[in-house]
Structures are given as structure tokens and as C-alpha cells.
Design a protein around this ligand. Structure first.
Ligand code: AGP
Length: 606
């Protein structure tokens, strides 16, 4: 939700902090700030809006110093303003940056104000600065001050703090919000993820929940919440994690739409064994023992789960329930019918999904993390990991991660079905052969930009749009609607086609755009009839289908065709024109495609 960075022992660290923040801007971009220690004082610059505003401020008024902190904010407590921007400072002696929510901030703030502390912002985070100030004023060491503060706060946090009397030293800690420590050559770093540090070092320590660390130029000491030293492994992160740039495209999202053939191919490779057969990282005997699956996810990942339910129930005859993670988290679910929980998350850090996975694990379910970020919290906490290999996805709207998730999930469904004896190894291998065609089929579908551009042009003036899909295409309709609304700010809703006549058809009026998904599958005729009902009432039908099914709906106002594809894989292929349509509509509307308003790439608060 927010991005935090820190550096100690680096000549002129302010530019480095700014570079790291640029790699974290996808996490939130309401405001940003940098503070450095320059001799016996802190110098701070903060700005509302995109990072470029802070960058300009820092170039107009440079910061000096070897150590400092930086932050890019997605507002939770306190409006978007300069005074609510991080870093926060207390008593001119302590500065902090924070990602997360301090649940008991009001009580702590009242106690601190009663002791004479003066607050400058409306944020929950500023409480941390004053708690550290109070601890240091009592003469506590950095470690003991950290232990004291962690013992007083409730909620989620990834934090970094500095005290003016301890130059070149950061106190860092995390609980539920991600945090990585970078070990440099005579310098130390901290960042919300390894991407922020990849241009500085590949030697990274991922803190565990309630870990506390003291970072100095000559090394890192890690402690548990009581202050007892603990060992944490130093991992070498992949060099590719640092290679995030637009590669000549207008936006990260455009680039990531075009990266889908590779994302699918690389993910498929991770689900293929050395004999070239389809195989998941889950041992076959464990697959055979699965007798019910709870899918936990949010947003686009939830729609991937909904598609997978059709596949798994169809092929493996295993019951599946798809749960919105934030709802499941606080339910008292009956889990006796399920043995496995699959948490699907591109970032591996969505707190709703992480907490739901923990909830399922505590209920005795075996947990599987289907994530795109190695080393993410969900990846590290799950019993088993099924990775997608889409590479870093920077655009806030998920594209290649979604089709990579579907690739992993269809592989999982086929492997599960074979392990349970519901399909033969030959049928599994046939499905595998069909999946291997996807990179090429998706590559051909990427040629639709010009064909879709006029359709997007018309859509830019719409006040609302409906997306319809039947059976396994219903979740794709939901995903298409999410893409349009989160990118172009046009209200859009996805419905099961057959559900329209039970109420939503009242929304149909002359000229209302209806994006209709259709595949040459068993429900094609029914889906076409549902579209006829909408068309007869004046809807403008934008048909998204495969070549061989296009003639089924001769009353469509626009037709977008992808190459013919095995019905099993239609949901994946048909999602590509959905992405292109949303992208081009948003681009023409002039919204911020990579960083839409009010959003963040990884939602690490509940
Ligand atoms: C997708 O376009 C959205 N940006 C959002 O719904 C996202 O899918 C959701 O927040 C879940 O993120 P995750 O996959 O990283 O958990």
C-alpha cells in the first residue's frame, strides 16, 4: 500500500533514496518524502502527488547526508496533504517511515499528548515517531527502544526509524507488511521489497513478522520481538527483479500485455518436468489426497480462482469454493469438506489474502501459495508454493499475472485430475499440448490493438458498461469489467449472461455498451440468446469471441475475434482483448494507466 526505503553509510544518499522510491511508486502515489541526516540535524522534503513532484523539489533544494529514509504513500489515515506525508519527525530527533496501519494509534496518541508530545499530522504513523522519541529520551538503546515500541503497538507495520544521536543507524521492523533489508559494501538498505534495492544490492534479508533489526553500514543485527538475537538467511535475489523499465512501450501495462506469451511460456515451464510432462510442484500423492479446495484471493486473482473452479470441478471432480479473501478472513467457515486452501496473489503480499490463508491454515487446511513474487510473505508462509513466472508486474492493473495464474491453474487442474484418476495420463498430456499452443495464440491476439481502437474510442464516452459471460466466461466478464473501471473510471459490471433476465436487464437502454464474451462451447447457444435479449432492448453489443463462433451472433454492433482455441482455454485467450479494450479506452480518456487514481499495486492493509 505504501513504499518505504532507507539507506545508511552512502555518500549523498538522497538520490539513491529517490531512485528506490521510483521502483516502489506502484505501491502508492498520493504523496512522498525523503529525509536525510546532515550532521546534527535532519533535512526533509515532502510533496503531494506523484514522485516527480518530490524529485523536482529535491533538485531545487538538494539534501545532504549519508543516511536517510524515503516513503511513497497511499493514504489510509489522514487525507492527502504535505503534513500527512511521510517521513514523520518527532522532537527534531526521531524520523520514521511506515507502511501499514497502527490499529491502536488513537489511544497511544492520547497518552503521548498527555505527556506533552505535539503532533503535526492526522496520521496513525506519526505515533511511531513519538514512541521512539519517548523511548530514546528514557536512555534506551536502539534495540531496546525498538523492543519497547513493538510491545506497545497493535496492527500491521513495515517501519524504519532513525535518531539524530545515532548516525548511520536504522531501526527497522515488520509485521504483516513486507520488508527487505539490503546488505551493501559498507552500506545498508531497507525497502518494501527487493525490487527497490535491486539497483543497490542483491544480498537481501527478508524479515519475518515481529522481527526487529538494527541496520548499520557494517552489518545487520536481527532480533525477535523480545530483543533476543535471531538468525535470518541472506538470500541472493534474481538480477531480473531489478530490470523494471517500460522497454519502449508507452506504459508498463502495455508492455506487460505484450509480455504475456513469455509469461505463459515461463509459467508453463515451471509446471513441466524434466521429461517434458505436465507436473506441478505438489507431489502426486499430495494431489491425490486433496478432497476439497478453498480458493482465497482478491480482485483479479479472485476471478482467476473462479475460472479455476470450473476447470477443477470439470476435470478432477473435486469440490471447490472461491472465497473473497477479505470476507473469508473474518468468517467462521466450515472447513470439514476441504483439505487444501490455495491462496492466489500476484504480489504475494495482499494482506487480505495472507490473513485468509493463515485463517485456513489455523483451521487445519494445507496451504498452497500461487504467487508471482518469489520470497513474498505468502510464498514464505504457505506449506507449498506454485509459482507463476510472469516477471515483475508494475502496472497496477494486472494483466500478464492473470494469464500466468490461469496457466498455472489449468496445469494444476489437469495434474490433479490425473492424480485422482479422473482423467487418463493421455488426456492430461493432450491438455498439456493445448496449453503449449497458448503463447502463440496470445501472441496472435496481441495484433488486435488496431481492431479494438475504434471500439475503445466509442467506449470512452460511455457512462456505464455491462460485461456478460456464461459458465467459465462469467469470471472473465467480471475481470473485464474490473479492468475497464479501474483504468478508465467508467462504471462497469460483469454479470452471468443467464442472470440478466432476473433483474439486471432493467439496466439495458438504448446505446448501452454490452461487452459479450462467447466461445464455441456447450453454452454458446444459450449465451447468444441472452445477448439477443439485450440487443432487442437497444444495447450496443460488443462481441468478443473466437473466429469459429463469430457467426453465432449476427446482430453484434462490433466483433472482436481471437483465433480458435480449445474450449478449456477460451477464458485465458478471451481475457486478452478485454485487457486491450480497457487499456485503449483508458489511454484515450487520458487517465493514468499505470497508476490509476486511488489504487495501489499491492494492498497490504485490510
Ligand atoms: C487487478 O487489476 C487489481 N489491481 C487488483 O484487483 C489486484 O488483482 C488485487 O489487489 C489482488 O492483488 P494480488 O494478486 O497481488 O493479491
Amino acid at each position: 500500500m505504501c513504499g518505504i526505503v532507507g539507506a545508511v553509510g552512502l555518500e549523498d544518499c538522497s538520490e539513491t533514496l529517490l531512485d528506490s522510491l521510483k521502483r516502489l511508486e506502484y505501491r502508492g502515489y498520493d504523496s512522498s518524502g525523503v529525509v536525510t541526516q546532515d550532521g546534527d540535524s535532519f533535512q526533509m522534503r515532502r510533496a503531494v502527488g506523484k514522485l516527480k513532484n518530490l524529485s523536482q523539489l529535491m533538485h531545487e533544494s538538494p539534501l545532504n547526508g549519508r543516511s536517510g529514509l524515503g516513503h511513497t504513500r497511499w493514504a489510509t489515515h489522514g487525507g492527502v496533504s504535505e503534513r500527512n506525508a511521510h517521513p514523520h519527525i518527532a522532537g527534531d530527533k526521531v524520523v520514521i517511515v511506515h507502511n501499514g496501519i497502527i490499529e491502536n494509534h488513537s489511544v497511544l496518541r492520547a497518552e503521548l499528548e498527555a505527556e506533552g508530545h505535539k503532533f503535526a499530522s492526522e496520521t496513525d504513523s506519526e505515533v511511531l515517531a513519538h514512541l521512539f522519541l519517548a523511548a530514546f529520551n528514557e536512555g534506551l538503546s536502539p534495540r531496546d527502544a525498538g523492543v519497547r515500541v513493538l510491545s506497545m503497538i497493535e496492527g500491521t507495520f513495515a517501519l524504519a526509524a532513525m535518531h539524530i544521536d545515532h548516525p548511520d543507524m536504522m531501526i527497522v521492523a515488520r509485521n504483516a507488511s513486507p520488508l527487505a533489508i539490503g546488505i551493501g559494501d559498507g552500506s545498508g538498505f531497507v525497502g518494501s521489497d527487493a525490487v527497490a534495492l535491486a539497483h543497490l544490492t542483491r544480498n537481501v534479508i527478508y524479515l519475518k513478522d515481529n522481527d526487529l533489526a538494527i541496520v548499520r553500514p557494517d552489518g545487520v543485527e536481527v532480533f525477535d520481538i523480545e530483543g533476543t538475537p535471531v538468525n535470518r538467511e541472506v538470500v541472493i535475489v534474481a538480477a531480473s527483479q531489478g530490470m523494471v523499465d517500460k522497454g519502449g512501450y508507452r506504459h508498463f501495462m502495455e508492455k506487460e500485455i505484450h509480455e504475456q506469451p513469455d509469461a505463459i511460456a515461463h509459467t508453463l515451464a515451471a509446471m513441466t518436468d524434466s521429461q517434458g510432462l505436465l507436473a506441478t510442484p505438489i507431489p502426486r500423492d499430495e494431489l491425490a489426497a486433496i478432497d476439497g479446495i478453498v480458493m482465497l484471493a482478491a480482485g483479479t486473482s479472485h476471478y482467476a480462482a473462479m475460472v479455476a473452479r470450473y476447470w477443477i470441478e470439470n476435470l478432477a471432480r473435486v469440490p471447490v469454493t472461491c472465497e473473497i479473501a477479505s470476507e473469508y478472513r473474518y468468517r467462521n467457515p466450515v472447513t470439514s469438506a476441504y483439505s487444501c486452501a490455495v491462496a492466489i496473489s500476484q504480489s504475494g503480499e495482499s494482506l487480505d489474502t495472507l490473513m485468509a490463508m493463515r485463517h485456513a491454515g489455523e483451521a487445519g487446511l494445507r496451504t498452497v501459495g500461487l504467487v508471482n513474487v518469489a520470497g513474498s510473505t505468502i510464498a514464505r508462509e504457505a506449506d507449498l508454493v506454485m509459482p507463476t513466472r510472469a516477471g515483475p508486474e508494475i502496472g497496477v492493473a494486472s494483466t500478464k499475472a492473470f494469464t500466468a495464474q490461469l496457466t498455472a491453474l489449468i496445469c494444476f487442474a489437469a495434474a490433479l485430475a490425473e492424480a485422482k484418476g479422473e482423467i487418463t495420463p493421455e488426456r492430461r498430456d493432450e491438455i498439456h499440448r493445448q496449453i503449449q499452443k497458448l503463447p502463440s495464440l496470445v501472441g496472435k491476439s496481441l495484433g488486435l490493438f488496431d481492431e479494438i481502437r475504434p471500439v475503445a474510442h466509442e467506449l470512452t464516452s460511455a457512462r456505464s458498461a455491462l460485461y456478460l459471460g456464461r459458465d467459465v466466461l462469467f469470471p472473465v466478464a467480471m475481470e473485464g469489467a474490473l479492468k475497464l473501471k479501474e483504468l478508465s473510471y467508467i462504471h462497469a459490471e460483469g454479470f452471468a449472461s443467464g442472470e440478466m433476465k432476473h433483474g439486471p436487464i432493467a439496466l439495458i437502454e438504448e446505446g448501452l455498451p454490452v461487452v459479450a464474451l462467447l466461445a464455441a462451447d456447450e453454452v454458446m447457444g444459450k449465451a447468444a440468446s441472452n445477448l439477443q435479449e439485450a440487443s432487442a432492448r437497444g444495447a450496443r453489443i460488443i462481441l468478443v469471441t473466437e473466429e469459429r463462433a463469430a457467426g453465432t451472433v449476427d446482430f453484434a454492433d462490433s466483433v472482436i475475434k481471437v483465433p480458435d482455441v480449445d474450449p478449456l482455454l477460451a477464458p485465458l485467450l478471451l481475457s486478452v482483448p478485454m485487457q486491450i479494450l480497457a487499456y485503449l479506452t483508458a489511454y484515450e480518456k487520458g487517465t493514468d494507466v499505470d497508476q490509476p487514481r486511488n489504487l495501489a499495486k499491492s494492498v497490504t492493509v485490510e
